[in-house]
Each structure stands twice: as structure tokens, then as C-alpha cells.
Write a protein that binds this ligand. Structure first.
Ligand SMILES: [Zn+2]
Length: 275
């Protein structure tokens, strides 16, 4: 894993980061041979009522200055690893203005845009899949990504495009290019034309109650065909043990699809690293 960067990690500053800390995850990254990592703590301005009442958290924001100060502290004691300041901002219709405002007020190395909530529901806690077959549920999620990322524009990496498949109740547990060619093309075209990165989120490809989503290589091949250059690796870690998880395997996967580099961001600029 030498030379790779994990661009998607959560720390104690995320609402669900109680088992992680900037320091423990940075130490884990150093131990497993990564060149660097970025902390992308959650910021979702709108949280569906069903979840908000469960977790008493509306909205899910983090203390950006405190997170960045802690990153500076840990960076100063761990010079062997590069630590970047990021955010995972929730792409969501009612949050558009607040997202734009927040991004204009802070400086980050990297901004990841992700859809966590849609239709006032949370795929993780349920509700979203009710009354939908797999094709409708996955297709609508992809269309929401397309709409919301083109609204925001101000981001570097599209986070976990196949998140919706992780917690779905259907036997069909992966998003294949052949099932959604039009909307997938539109997403990949947008990323390619605007110099944004497609994230390979390795948390998605693990067992969820006997279902293991897989990454469809046709999506990466199509991204390349459309001129896409930037592939970002992210573990979506919420504990130090998962930092860099499956990176060896997915670096090979990316290589097999014809990409020679992965990307990370420094001061919002893409930097390529050989894989
Ligand atoms: Zn996420």
C-alpha cells in the first residue's frame, strides 16, 4: 500500500466517530504503509426525522476549527504521514444553500460530496426502500446524486456512489452499469468533464447480513472511456482498524481497469499517485 492515500476517514468529530480519533487513525495509516489520509467528517444539514428522533442529532455538523486544529496537532507529532483536512458534505436538496455557504467560509484540502439521505428517509435506518423494487430504489439514488452534485459543483470527490446498495433489502445487492447505463453515464460524464474524482469506497464491498456488494468494473471502464482520470480510494473508516482497508485489492482492481494513478487532494488541487 506504499504511496497510497486514504481519502475518506471519520474521526471523533463525526457524530458516528466515537471509536475513532484523528491520532489513532493517523497512527494506523502510518503502520499500514499509507502515504497519507484525509479526515472527512460528516456534515449533513438535514437529517430525516426518523433518524433525528433516534439519535437526537439535528443537524449532523462537526466543529470544523476544532477538527482542523487537532489535525495540525497530530501532524506535528507524526511527520511520517501526511494528514489532510476534509469534509464529507451531504448532497441533499434542502441543504443546497447552507452547503454552499459553509464551503465558502472554510478552507479544506478536499471536499467529498455524498448522498446519505433522500426523500426525507435514511437508507441506513430504513424507510427509503419501502414500496420500491431494487431498480427503482437504486435508480432514484443515482438520479439524486446526479441532480445534487450538479447543483453543488463545489466538491472534489463523489463519495460512495453505490452506498444505496449497502443496506438494501434486495437479493440484488450491487449496482451494475448494465442496469443503469443512462444515469451512470451522466454521472461519469459530469465527473470527467469537471475534473472530479470517482471514489472507490471499500466499505461498500463487505458483508452486510450475508450480502456482499461488488464493484462493477464496467463502471470504471466507462469512466475511462468518457475521459475520467481521477479515482480516489476511501475506506470510510470509523475506527483505526479499517484505515486503508482492502486498498491492495482495489488498487489492483483500478489498475486492471487501465488506470495508472489514484488521486488525492491538497488545498483542493488533485495530486496523482502511481498505483
Ligand atoms: Zn458517507
Amino acid at each position: 500500500m506504499t504511496g497510497l492515500y486514504d481519502n475518506h476517514n471519520h474521526s471523533q468529530f463525526s457524530f458516528d466517530g466515537k471509536n475513532a480519533s484523528v491520532e489513532s487513525s493517523a497512527r494506523a495509516a502510518l503502520e499500514c504503509g499509507l502515504a497519507g489520509l484525509c479526515f472527512t467528517d460528516h456534515c449533513d444539514f438535514f437529517v430525516p426525522a426518523m433518524k433525528a428522533s433516534y439519535e437526537h442529532l439535528i443537524p449532523e455538523q462537526f466543529d470544523i476549527p476544532a477538527q482542523q486544529k487537532e489535525i495540525d496537532r497530530v501532524q506535528s507529532i507524526l511527520p511520517g504521514i501526511r494528514i489532510f483536512k476534509g469534509i464529507e458534505i451531504g448532497l441533499e436538496e434542502k441543504s443546497r444553500d447552507r452547503n454552499r455557504k459553509l464551503l465558502s467560509e472554510h478552507r479544506f484540502d478536499q471536499v467529498t460530496g455524498s448522498v446519505h439521505y433522500l426523500d426525507d428517509t435514511d437508507p441506513f435506518w430504513g424507510g427509503y426502500y419501502k414500496g420500491k423494487d431494487w431498480k427503482t430504489a437504486y435508480g432514484h439514488y443515482l438520479e439524486t446524486i446526479l441532480e445534487e452534485m450538479s447543483q453543488l459543483q463545489d466538491f472534489d470527490i463523489l463519495g460512495h456512489f453505490d452506498y444505496v446498495a449497502r443496506y438494501a433489502p434486495y437479493p440484488q445487492c450491487s449496482i451494475f452499469y448494465r442496469d443503469f447505463p443512462d444515469v451512470t453515464d451522466a454521472i461519469l460524464e459530469y465527473l470527467a468533464e469537471n475534473g472530479k474524482a470517482l471514489e472507490i469506497n471499500t466499505k461498500t464491498y463487505q458483508d452486510y447480513n450475508g450480502r456482499t456488494p461488488e464493484l462493477d468494473r464496467n463502471i470504471l471502464l466507462r469512466f475511462r472511456e468518457l475521459g475520467g482520470e481521477y479515482i480516489s480510494l476511501g475506506s470510510d473508516s470509523h475506527c483505526p482498524e479499517r484505515v486503508g482497508d482492502k486498498f491492495g485489492q482495489y488498487a489492483e482492481f483500478i489498475k486492471d481497469c487501465g488506470f495508472r494513478y489514484a488521486v488525492h487532494f491538497e488545498s483542493r488541487r488533485p495530486v496523482m499517485e502511481k498505483i
